[in-house]
Design a protein around this ligand. Structure first.
Ligand SMILES: [Zn+2]
Length: 198
């Protein structure tokens, strides 16, 4: 992921903001080593990422085209955490991980991503950038109450893409994923039955 590509997709200010955050510069180097792809999502004010925690190479970060360069850079910081340090499997195996464990892991990872985002916001604030109030509120929470305060905020806040709580979103994802696995298992059993009776 080179700078000219980031500049072409997100503009000069985006790259200048990265240059003013030592944490983001470190993230950028790590993402480049993993050959992480970064895409623009036209017309959206949201971001997401995809990574395999067992092999982080070729991960993907997608950032919406709407929003200020600072919004985008903070979204980038958030998704960079998921890609570089995330620890929740994208496809939980119900034999290895219960629904409660998956929820706890998802919320813990989201908390860490929000903390990383807040630390980048702090670096930019210290450099004199105008940081929106909601980010400063999170930063104050982080200084006051640390991990548990941010976790409480994550648990009560809404997921960025849908209008549900994180707990609802991750819970539903786990249920859908497990139901799909169960359907696949039944298909395999039926296929075997057909083979056996043939
Ligand atoms: Zn996140």
């Amino acid at each position: 992921m080179d700078r000219s590509l980031l500049e072409a997709r997100f503009g000069k200010k985006f790259v200048a903001l990265i240059d003013d955050s030592p944490l983001l510069q470190r993230d950028l180097r790590a993402l480049a080593r993993l050959k992480c792809r970064v895409r623009r999502w036209n017309g959206k004010h949201a971001a997401y990422s995809k990574t395999d925690i067992n092999d982080r190479r070729n991960a993907l970060i997608v950032i919406g085209s709407k929003g200020t360069p600072l919004d985008k850079v903070l979204q980038f910081a958030h998704e960079a955490y998921h890609v570089l340090k995330g620890f929740t499997p994208s496809y939980p195996d119900p034999k290895m991980m219960s629904r409660a464990q998956y929820l706890a892991s998802s919320i813990a990872e989201e908390t860490r991503a929000v903390m990383h985002e807040a630390r980048v916001a702090e670096e930019l604030y210290d450099k004199g950038y105008l940081v929106p109030a909601r980010h400063l509120r999170t930063l104050v929470e982080l200084h006051r109450g640390g991990y548990s305060a941010i976790k409480a905020e994550v648990e009560s806040s809404m997921a960025s893409i849908s209008n549900e709580s994180y707990r609802d979103t991750y819970g539903r994802y786990y249920d859908q994923h497990v139901a799909a696995l169960e359907r696949k298992r039944l298909h395999r059993l039926e296929a075997r039955k057909v083979v056996c009776s043939a």
